[in-house]
Write a protein that binds this ligand. Sequence first.
Ligand code: TXA
Ligand code: MG
Length: 328
Amino acid sequence: MTTPCDSPANIRAADETAVREAARLLRAGALVAFPTETVYGLGADATNAEAVAAIFAAKGRPSFNPLISHLADAAQAERLARLATPARRLAAAFWPGALTLVLPRRPDCAIAEIASAGLDTVALRVPAHPVAQALLAATDRPVAAPSANRSGRISPTTAEAVADELGDDVALILDGGACPVGLESTVIGFAGDRPVLLRPGGIATEEIEAVAGPLLAPKATADRPSSPGQLESHYAPGKPLRRNARRARRGEVLLGFGPEVPGDIPLSPSGDLTEAAANLFRLLRLADRGVAEAIAVAPIPNHGLGLAINDRLKRAAAANRTTTGSAR
Ligand code: TXA
Ligand code: MG
């Protein structure tokens, strides 16, 4: 248990005063971590190239990886980027919420080019979390924020997990409790008018397709992924991870799912994908910190949020492939 005495000095409960202070820091070019409904973000003023660069430095992130800019409302998106009809329809249906749209930049787009990492597109999202909304309203600028973890590691879903990842590299961590969705946003780009699934996430692809029609798969090459979040090894715990496990082998801790595979640590005892998504990163962290040498995870059905969960687990498994031998 964390008590007020042993929580790091830069974590503050997200009350009105703390949110105001966070907005002041952002406008002054500092880094602030804040909760969203998906995961915690490591935020900087998106219009300040130096502040955005500090995000890359704090994360140790490869410089080709572009960032999501968070906005207070959809009207701001229209000023920064071009939204065609399908994009507008998706924004109307899912903002505020766990959806990111990758859109062509307007020529006068105020978002620093470094946040686009050399692309002529920007990734935009209007988050639903009340703390994120209050912060964006008070900052009155787009806030660039990747997940608040070191590059390639598990996304944090609590303020303490952010502190574990980034420690003093962030001026302030706004504590808004555990993130309700627990998975990053679904990222959608466009090929002409057709929506393209760049990253499965907190909004199920079926829901997106009901609004925007069938999703195309991204065209990507190994050295230039169309969405760099698609790099194979990402979301890596420090230990080997084996998927589709029905029981633990020696030295493994088993993350269970549903009544058939309760495991040592259940992602969802009843087999609820939404609950499993919300628990995933927190429990991966717990398993990573424990005494077991390796992590096994029960089979997760591949529909709804299960698609995004399996996507993250595949990446986590790929990250340690060279050390597990058997998982090649
Ligand atoms: O839920 C989320 O999306 C969280 C919270 C904090 O909002 N943020 C997050 O950011 O997961 P990040 O930076 O870890 O992931 C951003 C994803 C990456 O897969 C990145 O490659 C993709 O969005 N992306 C950003 N800009 C892009 C662009 N212009 N073109 C293609 N993909 C882009
Ligand atoms: Mg991330």
